[in-house]
Design a protein around this ligand. Sequence first.
Ligand code: NAD
Length: 377
Amino acid sequence: MKIETIAIVGAGTMGGGIAITCLMAGLRTTVVDLSEENLRALSIRMDRHFSRLVDKEKMTADEARDARSCLSLTRALSDVARSDLIIEAVFEDLSLKRKIFSQLAGELPPRSMVATNTSTLRLADLADALPDPSRFLGLHYFSPAEHNPLVELISGDQTKPEVLSAAQEFLKRTGKTQILCSDSTGFAINRFFCPYTNEAARLLVEGVATTGQIDDIAQRAFDLALGPFAVMNIVKPRISLNAVENLAALGPFYEPAQPLQKVGSTEGSWNIEDHVQPVHSSVEDIVVNRLQAALFFPILEALGEGVAQVEAFDLGARLALRFGKLPIATMREIGRDAVELVLEPLLQTYRASMPKAGLNRVFEHDSGNGQQELVLA
Ligand code: NAD
């Protein structure tokens, strides 16, 4: 089973970026979108991408022309059905994704594989809209997909091993590092990244610190280029809220903070002050502890559920989110007792229990190497 032709449904931020990675690997790629305007915008984005590479002498003009010529754009969903792999990248809306799969169902030859780029929805809630769920999987790219090296490869309950192997080969061919995840809300990376941004919004509404102060503290604590509010402004608070809302099914800790609901329900963004006033060290400690707990708790829960291998979380934090100080490494550095102490207030607030199975996995399964490029569960 070899993947030679790709189709992408959705010409937006993610669909366009995924298409670029496929073209760069010389794969014939068809992108479908209902919006003529978005297809035109993608065509311009492609031209810019390839001319930039030629300007920087990373490609010759002939190579760029050859790669670019592998792209077809269409408004007809039926045009994509003959591809080896179809990657769905439309809005994060369960009923829309299911509708597209139902429309595809009648057109799919038995050999086609279908993937979703959903950030937080479960494959189990989508799979039955397709004629053959054993050929369905998740390929969760991170933005910007043309540059971000990480992809979560998600196996649904019924995904066949040979479908996963073919997807692994495809990801390798397009230069991506992959982590294998089981089908769980938020998979491995958004499972902890969304709660971390949500906790920043809680600290704000509680008046602990301002957006700029929280960003500044987070940047130093986790060795990041951008703090949580600045990242949410790039992703767009509306999209961050949607992701957090999808995670809320996991329990009270995951429920969206009030200011995120407010900012995310408009097209607005966070107001981050230019001149950040320094905070007292006691405030800094509160912010760091709360953000650490919001990272550790969901990772430990996910580990207990077997969502991914221990190493996958630090690999994802480093490659997809660009954390310099990594959560699993930090837990191992401070030790189990200190981790439990950091978690205690969170557990009390949300009446949650200590994620012991996850702690056991972090502290009993120390491979001493968080740098593996392929992590299989
Ligand atoms: P986007 O809004 O930029 O693009 C979505 C595209 O889908 C639009 O061009 C729209 O016209 C098209 N579309 C909508 N309905 C369609 C239909 N019936 N047929 C064909 N095309 C249709 O969205 P995005 O940010 O690229 O997100 C797409 C998916 O990727 C979502 O599931 C999202 O959760 C996921 N994702 C997003 C990010 C991110 O940072 N933006 C990161 C990872 C995953």
